[in-house]
Write a protein that binds this ligand. Structure first.
Ligand SMILES: Cc1cc2nc3c(=O)[nH]c(=O)nc-3n(C[C@H](O)[C@H](O)[C@H](O)COP(=O)(O)OP(=O)(O)OC[C@H]3O[C@@H](n4cnc5c(N)ncnc54)[C@H](O)[C@@H]3O)c2cc1C
Length: 234
């Protein structure tokens, strides 16, 4: 028989956003269990980070923002970010007693008439809640643009989501599409692994010698926000 459970708030997703939301629900007096529940589809902690490839070490990411009231500290920069973040989020869940329910995939959220509660259908039975916080991120549904001829192309096609190791491409010709950090890191690793690379970006890449610090980050963020608010491409 499927158990039905009722809470004040349900958080869907236990990545950075979901854990932060859970922390603040608790701080406002909601208790894990009757007050709120965190439902997460993953087998273990870490959100999207637990799926990232091994060569993405902590030293090669931009930096992991601390969760509320718990500092990440200074782990080994050579350790894969996936294991650092999985460990960090796992101990956070334990420290604050968040009781994340997993693996629980939410299939549907809807508003049945007359109950005043939202109904959350999951792979392991329904939940009911007064409020739902959707913190599911983008990793499970990555943006993958369509290109003319894509269906006929016989070579391997993959998204960042499915990258595992540059060694998989040794001796092959590889087109890397995109102008962000992941693309640059892929190009460097692919070349070292013996692949022949071609890089495609929408406009010429802009490299900067500015120090990669908080001030620079804020200024980039500010310019992106301004363009977004003005309805311009980011
Ligand atoms: C290659 C790469 C490098 C990055 N580097 C950095 C960096 O250096 N610094 C930085 O700050 N950010 C970085 N980011 C971005 C960062 O990873 C994301 O911004 C962050 O993970 C978003 O957190 P989130 O909590 O919103 O989502 P996620 O971490 O994606 O967590 C969402 C959670 O929701 C769960 N979920 C999804 N759907 C359901 C469902 N239907 N039912 C139940 N659970 C569900 C998932 O299983 C997952 O656990 C990087 C991203 C990429 C792709």
């Amino acid at each position: 028989m499927v158990q039905e459970r009722t809470v004040d708030a349900a958080v869907i997703g236990a990545g950075q956003a979901g854990l932060s939301a859970a922390y603040y629900l608790q701080r406002r007096g909601l208790v894990p269990g009757p007050g709120f529940v965190v439902l997460d589809a993953n087998e273990g902690p870490g959100g999207a980070w637990r799926h990232r490839w091994d060569s993405l070490t902590l030293g090669s990411v931009h930096g992991i923002h601390d969760l509320p009231r718990s500092a990440l500290g200074t782990p080994d920069p050579l350790e894969p970010a996936s294991s650092v973040v999985t460990r960090y989020y796992g101990s956070y869940e334990a420290e604050f007693g968040l009781q994340v329910q997993r693996p629980v995939r939410v299939l549907k959220v809807f508003n049945p008439e007359g109950t005043g509660l939202l109904r959350i259908d999951t792979g392991s039975g329904p939940w009911h809640a007064r409020a739902v916080i959707n913190a599911t991120g983008t990793w499970d549904k990555p943006h993958w643009p369509r290109y003319p001829g894509q269906e006929e192309f016989r070579g391997t096609q993959l998204h960042t989501h499915d990258f595992r190791s540059a060694a998989d491409f040794a001796g092959r010709r590889v087109l890397v599409v995109g102008g962000g950090t992941s693309a640059v890191q892929f190009l460097l690793q692919l070349r070292e692994a013996g692949a022949h690379t071609v890089w495609s970006t929408r406009r010429p890449p802009e490299f900067t010698a500015a120090p990669f610090d908080t001030q620079w980050g804020r200024s980039v963020e500010h310019r992106v926000s301004e363009r977004t608010r003005a309805g311009l491409p980011r």
